[in-house]
Design a protein around this ligand. Structure first.
Ligand code: PMP
Length: 363
């Protein structure tokens, strides 16, 4: 066996601890998982109603180009249907972009620390990741512009950034784009887009018309609550989408996922309620952390990166023993931080109660 050279030293992805496994290990029935930025309210009830209609299609291949979903989503976003590409999660669109545009020896600029798949996919394609440290948890766009060389093919921007939750603003993005050479693609990963309430957050889809270098990534895994179905998408110039379609697996976005996404998209009331609950839950957690004097990044996502002031792994293990699964910052490059997903009100209370005990704080 001889795997390709670029895989040497590449670690296998380690997902967060699965809920059922932790329940079994601890013998606890009341375990909560606030580790993977999933929607604590599940998905719209309309999703499962609509899936019943799919039963007779089980034996048939799906339509890889997702025509119905494409039309509906294009209308929702106000773009031409030809500007959309779907993936088995936006993870797969990240993979398609790297496969399509990176040759061995090419460079991709990204933040350090950000969503790790940009780096992994760059390495797999034989490219070189050029990582530019965050400044106070925020993308340093000036530094990223300076890091571009004649070998740079792609700049990856995660907005809001995972794991810090910070955003870059419209004017910052526009001045950055003015500095990026014409042949460099700029990928805006907006997995948490629907949670943002800062009015200075850029409307990248509207920028696409005048900037064919942009690719915007979004997903049905977060606010739409469909992480299990695996469906995400990219919005880009038609010429970019045409190239991406050459590497796309023919039946990548499965039929149930397409149907589920269509139903979820049609229930914007559910989306609004999740947005509001997340905003309230964020305040609920932040105000307690502020009272304790625990620093945290200003998050616009459905998660929060907070500094416990202790080794993250210890606090993570303490919470785990109490049946609360979060993400240890140690694995993310923040040795004293935890990344916690905003849950429902009860889950947030439980997290704060257990965190108080682990840190010896009063509530
Ligand atoms: N981008 C970011 C920033 C993410 O946090 C995630 C999920 N953790 C993804 C992309 C991938 O999402 P999915 O593949 O579920 O669409």
């Amino acid at each position: 066996m001889k795997p390709k050279r670029t895989l040497v030293g590449l670690p296998v992805y380690q997902p967060g601890k699965p809920l059922e496994e932790v329940k079994r290990e601890l013998g606890l029935s009341e375990v909560i998982k606030l580790a993977s930025n999933e929607n604590p309210f599940g998905c719209s009830p309309k999703v499962w109603e609509s899936l019943k209609e799919e039963e007779s299609f089980t034996a048939m291949y799906p339509e890889g180009l997702a025509p119905e979903l494409r039309e509906e989503l294009a209308g929702h976003l106000g773009v031409a249907p030809s500007k959309l590409i779907f993936g088995n999660g936006s993870d797969e669109v990240v993979q398609m972009i790297a496969r399509t545009f990176m040759e061995p020896g090419d460079e991709a600029v990204m933040a350090d620390i950000t969503f790790p798949r940009y780096k992994t996919q760059t390495v797999i394609e034989g490219g070189t990741p050029v990582e530019v440290p965050l400044k106070n948890g925020v993308h340093d766009l000036k530094g990223m512009a300076r890091a571009i060389t004649e070998r740079t093919r792609i700049v990856w921007i995660c907005n809001p950034n995972n794991p810090t939750g910070t955003i870059i603003r419209r004017e910052e993005l526009e001045s950055f784009l003015a500095e990026v050479p014409e042949d460099v693609l700029v990928v805006m990963d907006e997995a948490y887009h629907e949670y943002v309430d800062d009015p200075s957050y850029p409307d990248t889809v509207s920028l696409l018309d005048r900037d064919p270098r942009l690719i915007v990534l979004r997903t049905f895994s977060k606010i739409y609550g469909l992480a299990a179905f695996r469906i995400g998408y990219g919005v880009a110039a038609e010429a970019v989408v045409t190239e991406l379609n050459k590497v796309r697996e023919p039946f990548n976005a499965n039929r149930l996922a397409q149907r589920a996404a269509l139903a979820a998209l049609g229930d914007q009331d559910f989306v609004r309620r999740c947005f509001e609950a997340n905003r309230d839950g964020m305040k609920q957690i932040q105000s307690q952390l502020d009272e304790w004097g625990l620093p945290h990044f200003p998050s616009q996502g459905n998660f929060l990166l907070l500094d416990t002031g202790r080794p993250a792994e210890e606090v993570f293990q303490c919470l785990l023993r109490k049946g609360v699964i979060v993400r240890s910052g140690a694995a993310l490059g923040y040795p004293t931080h935890l990344r916690v997903t905003i849950g429902n009100e009860k889950q947030n209370e439980r997290f704060l109660d257990e965190l108080a005990q682990c840190l010896g704080k009063r509530r």
